[in-house]
Design a protein around this ligand. Structure first.
Ligand code: FAD
Length: 501
């Protein structure tokens, strides 16, 4: 008979390890379940991963972090979306907001009406109907309002934060709730010769730590899930060519913007993530098209403020671990796979892996149906994100390098080709189970990259163009008016959550 498991060991003390620890210790309340986290501070963490998506707000709330204290402790700023610059020759820039556009009328999505107007040669600007885009353009910030009848209610936000400070905060939080913390290097992982399950890990001092369930948060290496269990990795570099990154911090020269900037270059792109005390910069590139020294030059000549640390180099293989749950090992974070950070999805994937672990938390029998379902759900989620990221490269019309020309001509997954074809036909946006990005995000990309439907949805004929234009004017006015009531992002931080130094 299956009995409850009693010991969980998390290996790794980066963002993934401490997010897992904080969640598991909450889950363990009232149960006979011990949580131990082993990390080697000598090895250290990846030290990047500072832009998030809105699900992080919910995560912090669930584990019991006070929002304003969290912001102060991690030098965080607010994030309303991502500004894409130079990704296409159609526009200098477009904004991917964490909000919807306009309002659906008669259950017909808003964009179908704009599409209808375009077919009548009446041009409109999609971004005018996104409250968070307007807020971002004006460098303002406000928290969503409780009153659903104002544009101030209908949007989400996320954060930029210092990854090291966030891990420290989670560590304090998790250990104060009862997580047992060991700072030591794991030298060996020991498996049962009968079942192949992991039985214990051996530390440098020779001591062995046993557990029923092991959570592998050891970063790219995947010491348990891969080096020990040989789970396998699915490589997606045929579609996602960027495989190297350089990150450097610099002094802040302006007040922090409430959004991430993603600036395209000839062979990759650059991020700017503003925190309260510094700017986080990074440069992601395809090493088959750009040498490391050229990439370094490109990055350093495109940052604002003096660099304040030594640049750090990263190499990665875009893709996923074939199973995030294998036997009694659950991989969370970089050990489970990695997709480049263009849409800041890694931390949200940590969160969603934790949610699945808690939902399907095993007994001693480790039910194979539970394991298969978690792997199925995770794989679907990652494939949708993969497709969304490939879209950024496939749809660009930049012709200035071999890299961009290759991206435009490459074959893409059938799932993505189908979605693009549906939109091109008459503006339909299809979403599948476990999609991280909603219709508004797909619409942003299609519109930003200049993809326009060949026809419009005839259901939009239900509203006359004149009436439509009047409604649009009214909508724009109320969005502008509501945005003008918000304070500047900087003033909001100073008033509510300024870090101590
Ligand atoms: P790590 O931080 O690498 O932690 C691994 C842990 O395992 C460490 O504590 C280490 O000490 C421990 N460990 C390893 N070996 C041993 C051993 N033998 N014994 C004991 N302990 C061991 N994500 C986002 O959401 N937004 C972003 O903007 C973003 N930007 C990124 C930019 C780059 C260039 C990269 C590479 C990643 C980015 N990510 C981003 C991803 C994000 O950084 C990670 O998802 C996040 O930091 C989690 O990392 P981790 O905890 O899995 O691994």
């Amino acid at each position: 008979m299956a009995t409850p498991i009693k010991q969980v060991v998390i290996v790794g003390g980066g963002t993934a390890g401490w997010m897992s620890a904080a969640s598991l210790i909450k889950y363990a309340q009232g149960k006979n379940l011990n949580i131990t986290l082993i990390e080697s501070t000598d090895i250290g963490t990846v030290g990047v991963g500072e832009a998030t998506i809105p699900s992080i707000v919910q995560f912090n709330h669930q584990i019991g972090l006070d929002e304003l204290n969290f912001i102060k402790a991690t030098q965080a700023t607010f994030k309303l979306g991502i500004q894409f610059e130079q990704w296409t020759t159609h526009k200098d820039a477009f904004f991917h907001p964490f909000s919807d556009y306009g309002l659906a009328v008669n259950n017909i999505p808003f964009h179908h009406y704009l599409n209808k107007l375009r077919h009548a040669n009446i041009e409109t600007e999609l971004s005018d109907y996104s409250f968070s885009t307007v807020l971002a353009q004006e460098n303002r910030f406000a928290q969503p309002h409780a009153n659903p009848n104002t544009p101030l209610a209908d949007y989400s936000y996320a954060y930029h934060f210092d990854a090291g400070l966030y891990a420290n905060l989670l560590k304090q939080h998790a250990t104060s709730q009862g997580v047992h913390h060991i700072d030591a290097k794991i030298e060996q992982v020991n498996c049962s010769t009968v079942t192949g399950f992991i039985e214990s890990v051996t530390l440098t001092d020779g001591s062995q730590i046993k557990a029923d369930l092991f959570v592998d948060c050891t970063g790219f290496k995947g010491i348990l899930i891969e080096e020990t269990l040989n789970t396998g990795y699915e490589d997606w570099s045929e579609w996602l060519l960027c495989d190297k990154a350089i990150a450097v911090q610099s002094q802040l020269v302006d007040s922090p913007a409430p959004y991430t900037r993603a600036i395209a270059h000839a062979n990759g792109w650059q991020w700017r993530i503003p925190l309260q005390h510094r700017m986080g910069n990074g440069y992601i590139y395809a090493s088959q098209f750009e040498q490391d020294d050229v990439a370094m030059d490109n990055m350093l000549t495109n940052i604002t403020g003096d660099p304040s640390n030594q640049p750090k180099h990263f190499q990665f293989k875009p893709g996923r671990r074939k199973q995030i749950w294998n036997k009694n090992c659950f991989a969370i974070g970089l050990s489970s796979g990695f997709l480049e950070p263009i849409e800041s999805t890694s931390i949200s994937l940590i969160q969603s892996a934790i949610t699945k672990l808690l939902e399907f938390f095993p007994d001693s029998d480790f039910n194979q149906h539970d394991i298969s379902e978690v792997n199925r759900l995770h794989n679907a989620e990652l494939e949708h994100i993969r497709d969304f990221i490939i879209l950024h490269y496939k749809l660009s019309n930049r012709q200035d390098s071999e890299f961009w020309r290759y991206c435009q001509s490459m074959a893409i997954p059938e799932t993505l080709a189908h979605k693009i074809a549906l939109f091109e036909s008459r503006g339909h946006i299809v979403l599948h189970e476990k999609e991280s990005f909603e219709a508004a995000s797909w619409l942003t990309m299609y519109n930003g990259f200049g993809v326009q439907p060949k026809r419009y949805d005839p259901r939009a004929d239900a509203i006359d163009n004149e009436v439509l234009l009047q409604n649009l004017k009214q909508m724009q006015r109320s969005i502008r008016q509501a945005a003008s009531q918000a304070s500047s992002h900087q003033d909001f931080i100073f008033a509510h959550c300024k870090a101590d130094n």
